[in-house]
Every structure is written in structure tokens, then in C-alpha cells.
Design a protein around this ligand. Structure first.
Ligand code: FAD
Length: 502
């Protein structure tokens, strides 16, 4: 192996993006993926004749200038076919009132929220101002958190006068904005915000950073928008992989990284293959896209490669959530009309359920049928501690609860389901290799988001982090942005600049 080899660990969207960008720069890149396919949480699996999206079902950043659009243009590769969702989501608060439609047209959305949350316009206007400021900042590929002078320079290049003004809100939460705009008494608005924010930040409005929340609350509206991929979510991985391979990158599937160590300036990567072979690779740089908590098991304490305070930091990271996902299929005519797309249901016994129903002819189910995925958040610790019989019992229990909620919502009965299965944190741990099946990064509290989060630049020279625990956070758009950031830092370390076109 040459000294110039770069290794990317993990073939989810973060790893594929990093691999494709680095290969495009003419580097020799190897991508190591433990699974037999790429995609990770944004991949798919097949239960003939159905194709199910494993986790992610809708994508941001496909609009002109959005992060996926910029990356595909940079890679000189066509972007997967996608349709803007309108509405992006229908939110049922379970209070007997009409559901809230997140329309794509900003004016239609304004009318909708005035109808549902009268008197809250000041709050939405403030969110809009913060979001506009955030967006111009994020679009300039800032480096956060800042670790050295180069990072600081990139940060300054991205910062505009408006960002300095909105910086005032960096320690505030969305609940603080509600209070500031005298909307904190509106219980229905609070319920709606808590429900929506949990999807993106892992917490309700009082635990979501204002600067982050203000943006995710406007992802559905033009000029941005949430999209549905034609075919399946796998198309996003496939297209990134195409670019990676075209530019000379090498992908090794079924290659699980089981150890990382360092010899002077060279990283030693220990790998187990599905054929029970043990291999070793050496590289100057490693881009690591797994949750950073995985480093604790991959780098033994005895080797002292992880500085003690960094190990402490990783050990004390906030515990992310896990997910339980129902994967079902049903004859379309059993469902109510116009229910395709995405909805969020607030259900007394289980909280928020995010439901995605495939569109006719979108590649996920035969004509006349639909796939239905429904996900809820859960605590990973309890799932990991169950014995086999307890696990089966709790799995059946959850399946029953989710089915009851879906049957009620769509007026169907249990016998009408053509396919049904449930994934738990244990399934996610197996599928994605994420410790205990944690998903979705570290959350976006005022104390952990952006400038206060974990950096892609680690204290170990040549080891770079990206993925949903790194700025700007979870989602395919977020992890792609984090991959751009890590690759820019890595390339600069090699005396070169990587800049994406706007
Ligand atoms: C239920 C659910 C719903 C979601 N919904 C959405 C949504 O609608 N929209 C959206 O944008 N985002 C959504 N997300 C979040 C989004 O899917 C993730 O943030 C994103 O896909 C994470 O990408 P990643 O590359 O950082 O990590 P991962 O997708 O976890 O990829 C990591 C990869 O590393 C591999 N790997 C693990 N261990 C090893 C090892 N030791 N050696 C080699 N390879 C290894 C894994 O197999 C995997 O392929 C959802 C997530 C979940 C779980």
C-alpha cells in the first residue's frame, strides 16, 4: 500500500460522499464497508416484491444550491430523480382538530399556520430571519467547531454581518423564541413544534437550539424542500458510488474494521472479512464515518492512541435515541384516498410515529400496492438488556401498538396487511454496526449543536470524523455537509484546497 492511500470507514451517505469527493481529487481511496451493500441508515432492503427504505425516507438539499445538488455538480454526476413533496408532511396532533399540512409554497404554509396557530406570526418571522442567516452561513461550507487557525479562517469567510446578529441566539432554544414572541401559552403550537423538532433534533422545543430549530422548521418550503426519491433511497448511494468507482475509488464490501492503531504517522487498520480472513491496511489518513462512540471499542485503551481527555469526552457523549421501525405492505385501495407521502401521528401510548407511504409507481411496491414504514424513537439501553424471550415479548408488544395506531389512522384491519415486520435497535445495530443501534447523532441542544459539538478534526493526526454526530447533524443532507467539511480539512492538510461550487 502506498503512503498516499486514504481510507474511508463506512459506506453510508457520509462515507460515500467523502469517498467520492476524495477520489474526485485524484487520491487513491479505499472504502471499507462491513455490510454486503452500501447506504447504511439511508439504504434499502428487499422483501420480494417490496423495496423498503431502511431509515431515511425523505431528503433535503436537492434544490439548486442545496448540499446534495452542489456535491453532485462537483462530482459531475447527475442527481437522482426526486420529486418535491407537497405537502412534505401532514401532522396529526391527535387532538380531534384538523391536521397541519406542511405545504411547499411559503404563502400557503403561512395561511395554514395562521389558521392553526393564530397570533404566532412573530415567532415564525423570527425563525425565518434566523434561518436565512443560518442558510447563507451553511452554504459557504463553514468549519465548526473551530480547532485551529485554518478552521477559524474558513469560519470568518462564511460569516456575514447578519450571522453576527443571529449569533446572539446561539445559546437560546426554540422554547426561548416562543417566550420572546409571547407565544409560549399556545399549547397546540408547542405540541406541534415538540413533535416536529423531535424528528430532527432528538428533543422537544426547550431542548432544541434556536439556530438549528429555526432552519429545520423551514426545510419543507420553497426555495428549499423535502424530496421523495424515485426508485428507492438506495439511488442516492448508488449515484455516489458510481462517481467514486468512476474516479478510481475501490470499494470493499463485507470488510468490517475491527481495530485502529497508529505507528508514527501511519494508521493501521485491522479488518475482518465475511470469509473470516483478517487483513491489515495502512494509511496516512482515515475518514471515520461511524458514530464516534465506536472508536472506544476500535482503539484499545492500552494503546494510548486516544488521548485520555478525548476518550473521556467520547465516553460521556449524550446517549442518542434508537428507532423502532414497522415495515408493511398493503393493497392501495384499502387505504384512504390521497394518503401517500409522509405524515406524523401523535399517539397517546407511543408518542410520535412518522409514517411514509410509497407513491404509485415509485419503485417500492407493485402497482396497486403500497409500502408503509412507520418509525418511533426508543431508548436503546432497555432493548440491549432484554433476554431473548423478553426481547420477543417487547417486540410483539411494539408491533401490536404500532399496528393498532396505523389501523385506526387508515381505517384498515390487521388481516389486510400483505407484509409486516419490525426493526428494533438490535436490528439497527446488526444492519448498520452502530453501537446498541443508536441512530441520529448527538441531538441539537443549545449546549451540543454546531460550535459546541464534536469536531471532525480529532486530536489524533490523520483521523477525521464525519457523519450524523458531527456538524451540522443528522439526515442525508447533514452527513453530506459533514463529509465536505472533513474532506476540505484533510485536503488542506495535504497542501491542497477542496472547494465546492455554490
Ligand atoms: C428510522 C430512521 C429514519 C430516518 N429518516 C430520515 C429521513 O427521512 N431523512 C433524512 O435525511 N435522514 C433520515 N434519517 C437519518 C439518516 O438516515 C442518517 O443520518 C444518515 O443516513 C447517516 O449516514 P452515515 O453515513 O453518517 O451513517 P450510516 O448510515 O450509519 O453509515 C455507516 C456505515 O458504516 C458501516 N459500518 C458500521 N460499522 C462498520 C465497521 N466496523 N467497518 C466498516 N463499516 C462499518 C455500516 O454498515 C454503514 O453502512 C433517519 C434515520 C433513521 C434511523
Amino acid at each position: 500500500m502506498t503512503e498516499k492511500l486514504l481510507i474511508v470507514v463506512g459506506g453510508g451517505i457520509a462515507g460515500l460522499t467523502a469517498g467520492a469527493l476524495l477520489a474526485r481529487e485524484g487520491n487513491e481511496v479505499i472504502l471499507l464497508e462491513a455490510h454486503s451493500q452500501t447506504g447504511g441508515c439511508a439504504g434499502t432492503f428487499i422483501r420480494d416484491p417490496y423495496v423498503f427504505d431502511v431509515g431515511a425516507t425523505q431528503v433535503a438539499g436537492f434544490e439548486r444550491g442545496g448540499i446534495h445538488d452542489r456535491i453532485f455538480r462537483h462530482l459531475n454526476c447527475s442527481i437522482p430523480v426526486a420529486e418535491v413533496l407537497d405537502p412534505a408532511c401532514i401532522v396529526h396532533l391527535g387532538d380531534g382538530e384538523e391536521p397541519i399540512h406542511l405545504w411547499h409554497d411559503p404563502l400557503k404554509w403561512e395561511e395554514e399556520r395562521k389558521k392553526h396557530f393564530p397570533g404566532s406570526e412573530l415567532f415564525w418571522k423570527l425563525c425565518n430571519q434566523l434561518h436565512r442567516s443560518n442558510w447563507s452561513f451553511a452554504g459557504s461550507d463553514p468549519i465548526l467547531p473551530i480547532q485551529n487557525f485554518w478552521d477559524f479562517k474558513q469560519f470568518l469567510n462564511s460569516t456575514r454581518y447578519m450571522n453576527l446578529m443571529t449569533g446572539f441566539f446561539s445559546m437560546a432554544s426554540i422554547a426561548d423564541l416562543l417566550w420572546l414572541c409571547s407565544c409560549h401559552h399556545d399549547q397546540r403550537l408547542r405540541k406541534f413544534l415538540d413533535c416536529q423538532l423531535k424528528l430532527y433534533s432528538q428533543g422537544p422545543s426547550d431542548q432544541t437550539a434556536a439556530l438549528y430549530g429555526a432552519t429545520v422548521l423551514q426545510m419543507a418550503q420553497a426555495p428549499l424542500g423535502l424530496c421523495h426519491l424515485k426508485g428507492s433511497m438506495q439511488k442516492l448511494s448508488d449515484q455516489l458510488l458510481c462517481s467514486f468507482l468512476r474516479d478510481g475509488g475501490k470499494l470493499f464490501l463485507n470488510h468490517k474494521v475491527v481495530g485502529l492503531s497508529k505507528n508514527n504517522d501511519t494508521w493501521q487498520i485491522k479488518i475482518n472479512t465475511s470469509k473470516k480472513l483478517s487483513l491489515n491496511l495502512q494509511a496516512k489518513h482515515v475518514v471515520f464515518t461511524l458514530p464516534p462512540q465506536s472508536l472506544l471499542a476500535l482503539i484499545p485503551k492500552t494503546t494510548c492512541v486516544l488521548p485520555r481527555n478525548y476518550r473521556n469526552r467520547l465516553e460521556n457523549l449524550p446517549q442518542p435515541s434508537g428507532a423502532i421501525v414497522f415495515f408493511g405492505a398493503i393493497t392501495r385501495s384499502h387505504l384512504p384516498k390521497y394518503c401517500e407521502g409522509h405524515s406524523q401521528l401523535l399517539v397517546k401510548e407511543i408518542g410520535s410515529i412518522f409514517v411514509s407511504i410509497s407513491f404509485e409507481g415509485d419503485g417500492r411496491a407493485p402497482l396497486g400496492q403500497a409500502t408503509v414504514t412507520a418509525s418511533i424513537f426508543t431508548d436503546v439501553n432497555s432493548w440491549s438488556s432484554y433476554s431473548i424471550s423478553e426481547y420477543r415479548h417487547h417486540k410483539d408488544l411494539m408491533m401490536g401498538k404500532i399496528l393498532t395506531a396505523l389501523n385506526l389512522q387508515f381505517a384498515v384491519n390487521s388481516k389486510q396487511w400483505l407484509h409486516k415486520e419490525l426493526a428494533t435497535p438490535r436490528s439497527f445495530a446488526r444492519w448498520t454496526g452502530r453501537p446498541l443501534g443508536i441512530v441520529g447523532g448527538l441531538g441539537q441542544k443549545p449546549t451540543t449543536f454546531g460550535p459546541f459539538g464534536l469536531s471532525s478534526r480529532t486530536p489524533m493526526k490523520g483521523l477525521w470524523l464525519c457523519g450524523d454526530s458531527i456538524y451540522p447533524g443528522e439526515g442525508t443532507a447533514g452527513v453530506s455537509q459533514s463529509a465536505v467539511m472533513a474532506c476540505r480539512q484533510l485536503m488542506f492538510e495535504e497542501g491542497r484546497e477542496l472547494n465546492l461550487t455554490k
